[in-house]
Write a protein that binds this ligand. Structure first.
Ligand SMILES: Cc1ncc(COP(=O)(O)O)c(C=O)c1O
Length: 393
């Protein structure tokens, strides 16, 4: 039996490994608390489930969907995009449904890269960016996200020759894992950079609706003049409506860019289950959507503030998350490795958090806490972290 280099050279997926460790501890009888993966603990809201109950019974939704996305889905997205971001998109040509943001992220490099081509990926970053570039035979060049730059890439420090060689650049704001946000002026510089170096920005906006203050409300890169021609923006329903298991998202960009993706993806999959598309479409404009969004924001803000209080009390160094589900926290100075810190925390306290190095070498001195566990488990997790730190004083 022979496996491809693609498989042999790819390290196991970070969350798969963490899950294995969690299971092994549970099998030994440990009551494990996981503040690791960003999967909302809350269910998909009732109003979405009620729509699905109707849509799933409609036999017209049971056949193969269109490759690009159903017209009513694309129209609903266009209407939402206009209302939410003030950006007008042509639903016929500038929007495409995808099977979650991960589907887009993992396939887009195959649309733009030939073997040996260069791609800029942020470090730390969602691990799939780099893996997908490698699967396409591309050469990922890591762009560090440093705290002193508010975890934004320093575009001026990127070697112009490397930028000229690059065909794509992944960016992600609100950011996983750092919880940083980007403002309009950053996106303006980014679009200018992309136009200058003739590269396509793949802007992952999966967390666009998870933010805590009005002034941090994420914008769309599509708002910047010229962006449509040089960027694809990736959206997801996973975090917006607690629909991680439903697998639906969409991408936006110029007709030319969307067509290129369609040429590729129509040979890969057969679109998103129509009942899911129609449910998602109706959810976007549903009267309950805003209230739900507000409740979710309040829930996560409250969790954020409780966790921040404990971390500050223990002397941890971190920026207060402005968006997303995550805390990006420096490991204690007594540790040289994020993996060791997280392994010790699991071994001694049954608490799972994610080692920062899993998101790239620049994450080595950090760990990530996800707020996606029930309140009581989060509080217990913070108590365990407190005991762990006190035991080491
Ligand atoms: C930055 C980022 N992009 C994409 C995804 C995947 O989202 P989806 O569930 O839509 O595939 C995640 C999931 O955690 C993420 O953190």
């Amino acid at each position: 039996m022979k496996f491809s280099r693609r498989v042999i050279d790819t390290p196991p997926y970070l969350f798969h490994l963490i899950d294995e460790k969690r299971k092994a501890a549970q099998e030994k009888g440990v009551d494990v608390i996981s503040l690791s993966i960003g999967d909302p603990d809350q269910p998909t809201p009732d109003f979405v489930l009620s729509i699905m109950e109707e849509e799933i019974r409609d036999p017209r939704n049971h056949v193969y969907p269109s490759y690009k996305g159903e017209p009513d889905f694309c129209e609903a997205v266009a209407a939402w995009f206009d209302k939410r971001f003030g950006v007008q998109l042509d639903p016929r040509t500038e929007i495409m449904a995808v099977i979650g943001a991960k589907d887009a992220v993992s396939h887009l490099p195959l649309v733009f890269l030939d073997p040996g081509d260069c791609a800029l990926v942020t470090d730390p970053g969602y691990p799939v960016y780099e893996a997908a570039v490698r699967f396409a035979g591309g050469h990922p060049v890591r762009i560090p996200l440093l705290e002193e730059n508010r975890f934004l890439p320093d575009l001026e420090s990127i070697d112009p020759q490397t930028a000229d060689k690059a065909h794509i650049m992944f960016v992600n704001y609100p950011n996983n894992p750092t919880a940083a946000v980007a403002d309009r002026s950053f996106f303006e510089k980014l679009v200018a950079f992309a136009l200058k170096h003739d590269l396509v920005i793949l802007a992952d906006n999966a967390y666009s609706e998870v933010y805590f203050a009005q002034e941090d409300r994420p914008i769309s890169i599509m708002k910047i003049p010229g962006a449509k021609e040089t960027a694809l923006e990736i959206h997801s329903f996973s975090k917006t409506f607690n629909m991680t298991g439903w697998r639906i998202g969409f991408i936006t960009g110029s007709k030319e860019l969307i067509n290129a993706v369609l040429t590729f993806k129509s040979n890969i999959d057969s679109g998103v289950f129509m009942a899911v598309q129609r449910t998602a479409a109706r959810a976007l404009s549903h009267p309950e959507a805003e209230r739900f969004n507000q409740q979710r924001t309040d829930l996560f803000r409250n969790r954020r503030d409780r966790i921040a209080k404990v971390l500050s009390g223990l002397g941890f160094k971190f920026q207060l998350p402005r968006a997303s589900y995550y805390f990006w926290v420096r490991i204690p100075p007594s540790y040289a490795s994020s993996v060791k810190f997280c392994a010790d925390l699991l071994e001694h306290q049954g608490l799972v958090v994610t080692p920062g190095v899993g998101y790239g070498p620049s994450g080595e001195s950090f760990f990530r806490i996800s707020m996606t566990a029930p309140d009581q488990r989060i509080d217990e997790g913070m108590e365990r972290l407190t005991t762990f730190m006190k035991d080491r004083q």
